[in-house]
Ligand binder design. Structure first.
Ligand SMILES: [Zn+2]
Length: 142
């Protein structure tokens, strides 16, 4: 069995740097039976032939799959989802250090958004559950 002999003008699959993918290419130049230059059938760029099945391609695929992972939901965000179902955002009061706070009050913070007061810590701190997690804020306690 001999492999099909390739020649210029033949179709070959190669890694294209512009398309950032393995695409169909046409062989442009060959030296000593080896494909040297190919033209991408997708974007039309002519570049050196890159074996689509090389180890480099496999490694690149691995790194890209970890980079573009599905949206992660943190524990805090999941807890917030559940908590939020029982909240009434229209009743939230704007966060202000001088507004007396009570536990279970709903506040709206300029940076963190909607938050539920979990705990008032005398003399002037409170734990607030925001979407991004629990934060310790300064406050006046009712
Ligand atoms: Zn291309």
């Amino acid at each position: 069995m001999t492999a099909k002999v390739l020649s210029a003008g033949d179709y070959i699959a190669s890694k294209c740097t512009k398309c950032k993918d393995t695409t169909g290419h046409t062989i442009v130049a060959m030296v000593g039976g080896k494909v040297i230059k190919v033209e991408c059938n997708t974007c039309g760029s002519i570049h050196n032939y890159r074996d689509a099945s090389s180890k480099k391609v496999a490694a690149a695929k691995k790194t890209s799959s970890t980079g573009s992972s599905k949206p992660r939901t943190t524990k805090a965000e999941r807890a917030w989802e559940e908590l939020q179902q029982n909240l009434r955002p229209e009743e939230a009061i704007p966060y202000n250090m001088n507004t007396p706070m009570r536990e279970e009050m709903l506040i709206r913070h300029p940076t963190f958004g909607l938050g539920l007061v979990l705990n008032c810590i005398r003399p002037n701190k409170m734990e607030v559950h925001f979407q991004s997690g629990i934060k310790l804020l300064r406050c006046k306690i009712d």
